[in-house]
Design a protein around this ligand. Structure first.
Ligand code: GRG
Length: 291
């Protein structure tokens, strides 16, 4: 199947499941339920959840219905991170996924609380899923590590503390790996854990996902410079004072680095992807993306 059709098909299935897994709009307090649904259901490429499903399938998993709630949990965490990232205290972005960001629509107080509620809702969804306890425990270990103080939140703190003058490639790598690539890595690893993959495959998934995430964040930074606001669905040219690959290495060299990370990702994922090449095609598509 063509990769664009593959992504559209899975996005459709995940979108449907997200509607099911979120609290209905009239759940008391309804302002909170509406705000939770607003950002999650505003769209998004669903890359992290599709990675979980794809790696699960490629490692031999067949019980898609059982793992869909796990994929939704990733989207809840991701949406939560976007809501908080857009707040005036962090990136101060008024526009996200083509619509007003959460705090512009509901006010800062509700946006903060909607993010918090999505975070807990992710773990409630995992807890209530029918995955066997042994796998749940493994998933909770890797997921909480990837999104915690030594993962996304740590990366975001260094992002906030850094600026364009700090020309340190090591710091830039820390920020990108932690705030973005760990999430890609853990999404791939979770697919493997759910399918019962062996240690060698889990390591390939972890590394392959990490390099894919590095490439993804560099492209994200490039799109901030040369992307189209309507296509990207958020404000562009917002990173002028931030430490990014384009600000440190220029656009052309940044594109080369993104390509290199993509190649490394494909190399590590080959072990599970050789026959179908779905992940390879996904990586190539993400490298060329305009949104
Ligand atoms: C613990 C998850 C967590 C977050 C708290 C606010 C914060 C700390 C972290 C922000 C991390 C962040 C927003 C990193 C940027 C990652 C990124 C490139 C987001 C855009 O992802 P896409 O393009 O978005 O997949 P869509 O809208 O398509 O889902």
């Amino acid at each position: 199947m063509h990769i664009q059709n593959y992504l559209a098909e899975w996005k459709g299935k995940i979108d449907e499941k997200l509607v099911d897994c979120l609290p209905p709009e009239n759940t008391y307090p309804s302002t909170l339920s509406k705000a939770m649904r607003y950002t999650v259901l505003a769209g998004g490429k669903r890359i992290r959840s599709i990675l979980l499903i794809t790696t699960y399938r490629l490692c031999g998993g067949e019980e898609i219905e059982k793992v869909l709630p796990m994929a939704c949990a990733l989207e809840f965490i991701h949406s939560y991170s976007l809501i908080h990232d857009d707040l005036p205290a962090i990136d101060d972005d008024g526009y996200r996924r083509g619509i007003l960001s959460s705090h512009k629509k509901f006010g800062e107080d509700i946006a903060i609380l909607a993010g918090d509620a999505l975070f807990s809702h992710a773990f409630r969804t995992i807890a209530e899923s029918s995955i066997i306890p042994e796998k749940k425990e493994k998933i909770l270990k890797v997921l909480t590590y990837a999104i915690g103080n030594q993962g996304i939140i740590g990366g975001q703190v260094k992002d906030v503390e850094s600026d364009v003058e700090m020309k340190s490639p090591k710091l830039l790598r820390y920020i990108h790996s932690h705030k973005t690539a760990y999430f890609f890595s853990v999404s791939c690893e979770m697919g493997g854990i759910l399918a019962g993959a062996n240690k060698e495959k889990l390591l390939s998934l972890r590394r392959g996902g990490l390099f894919m995430g590095m490439a993804f964040q560099i492209i994200d930074d490039i799109l901030d410079v040369e992307g189209d606001r309507e296509k990207v669905g958020k404000e562009v040219n917002t990173d002028e004072n931030k430490l990014t690959y384009p600000s440190m290495f220029g656009l052309e060299f940044s594109k080369k680095i993104a390509r290199r990370y993509s190649e490394l990702s494909m190399k590590h994922l080959k072990l599970i992807d050789e026959k179908e090449e779905t992940l390879k095609n996904m990586i190539l598509l993400l490298l060329e993306r305009v949104k």
